[in-house]
Design a binder for this molecule. Sequence first.
Ligand SMILES: [Zn+2]
Ligand SMILES: [Zn+2]
Length: 157
Amino acid sequence: MQLPKSRRRQKLREKKCQYPGCGKIFFGIHISKYCPEHRQDRYRIRKRTKPEDVNIKNQTYKHNYTEVVTMVLSCALEACDNQFEVKVYPRQYIYPKYCPDHRNEYKRVRHLRQIGRDDLIEQMMKEGEMMEIELPGNEKENGDGEAEPMEMIDVVA
Ligand SMILES: [Zn+2]
Ligand SMILES: [Zn+2]
């Protein structure tokens, strides 16, 4: 007859519950973070992921097109004259604001450094770059007050 294999036990040690405001001492293995009570599902702390500000890489483009229109936009980066085509979709108001070359932050920073505009780099980091443009000649006349909720469609950036 064989002896059952000895199960390796993890050493229990005194731990302090990490649940905000608890701090109860309990015995647990090294990876336990919470006391038995706060290990229950309803206490699980869900990390709130902050939705990235769409305006950092994209711009809000208010329009009333009812069909897909191709527009040529200019790169929003200082001293970049590149233009790029963007398909404007009905009820989609978030569009890239930089030319394909400058959709990544690293390249924008490099470009700004090249033209000696470190101040703009700083500003970019600080403000997260808010920018809104409106169609010329498109007066605000949506009488129903608030704008329709924006449809968030991922823009390839
Ligand atoms: Zn606790
Ligand atoms: Zn550009």
